[in-house]
Unconditional design. Sequence first.
Length: 136
Amino acid sequence: MKKFTILFTVFIASCLTIKAEESLGQYAAKYKFPQGSAISEVNVVFENGVLHLNSSLGTTSLETTGDDKFYMPANSGTVTFLRNEGKKITGIKFAVQNISIEGNKEEKDTDIDVSPVYKSTFPIKNLPAMLEGDGD
């Protein structure tokens, strides 16, 4: 019974860790700021169980303080991720000292298919003749 209790505890702990990683991973993206802002863009990266913020000013880790709210220990600032009515993350807001700026999440273009095409539209046996100029 003791082994079962230990195994069950380890299982629950690993499930909670996986859930925490999934929830922090949702913030990982590139965020762009309006022209004239102190920074033009930041990349939020999730690695080794920690969110990191990379920008032209450097890199810092983010500590969770609440729903969509984080603390930046490097400069005693806060980061809030913004959501739309559908609960989708759409932006980021920094508050450092008396400065507050907002940026928009850069969406990947899902309409463009960049996968290679391997299907031939003409018989491959005609290719050498076409390359030499002897084809029809």
